[in-house]
Write a protein that binds this ligand. Sequence first.
Ligand code: CO8
Length: 266
Amino acid sequence: MKLVELKERIQNIIIDIDGAVAVLTMNRPKALNALNGDTLGEIVTIMDCIAQDDSIQGVIITAEGKGFIAGADISEFAPLDTMGGRLRAELGQKACTAIEKLEKPVIAAVNGYALGGGNEVAMACDIRIASTKAVFGQPEVNLGIMPCFGGTQRLTRLVGYGIAKELIFTARQVKADEALSIGLVNKVVEPEELLPAAKEMMATILSKAPKAIAMCKVAINRGKEMDLDDALELERDVTGLLFSTADAKEGIAAFMEKRPAVFTGK
Ligand code: CO8
């Protein structure tokens, strides 16, 4: 199914298609876009659809209102028992993993509160651009629970053990500038510049060969879970695959002929 056909079936996320870019706007502003079960399922459905839709080459995730995503929807927690809590964690992990594993670039344009599951969604994206109004944190211990949409793992990989433990143990919220200084975000811009900055960066990425970007994503994401020898072998293997693509032939020929490359995604 094409993404455009999915639009009407999705309740909590606005899907805009801007050329080859899907702009996904989280849209439960009255709850600061908190992730209820339905929204998590919608993220999985959208990512599955984008994976199959050749007309979409990149994704930007942003939000309506003053929140990016203020976490999982706490109003759904009270009835959860042991298995219910585990299943909800699994669903949140599934949504974040679907973003991370999508073999297309995903940029989070973080406009406000990115707390708990919201920070976890942002961290599953490849690149994070924050507005000066963005606030990040993992407040789960305030609720007697813990980050469980991948936060204990992805935050640690992004900012290191010491800072990840401090932020998770204290539930301290960090503003955009600090998020930049600890490597949690790539860039900070004024609020009105947020979407343009995300689109501009995406346009730069999409001007490159799509399969090369996809294989870079695979090598970086899979490689970080491997020892160096295995990761380097993966890097060699996916490099070999790229040499079979028309875009690699075009890119190399264009360089030799001193002309701009015209990539087709093949
Ligand atoms: N879930 C549900 N509703 C929320 C959430 C949320 N996470 N966050 C905000 N809301 C709602 C508020 O209840 C409020 O609703 P209403 O107007 O009906 O009262 C509305 O959004 C606006 O919020 P506030 O009035 O609180 O706005 P403020 O500007 O005063 O405060 C904050 C903003 C600081 C973001 C504050 O709303 C807050 O602290 N929210 C909760 C943040 C949080 O703790 N998030 C982590 C949740 S846990 C998680 O994400 C991962 C664990 C998942 C475990 C799941 C497996 C079991």
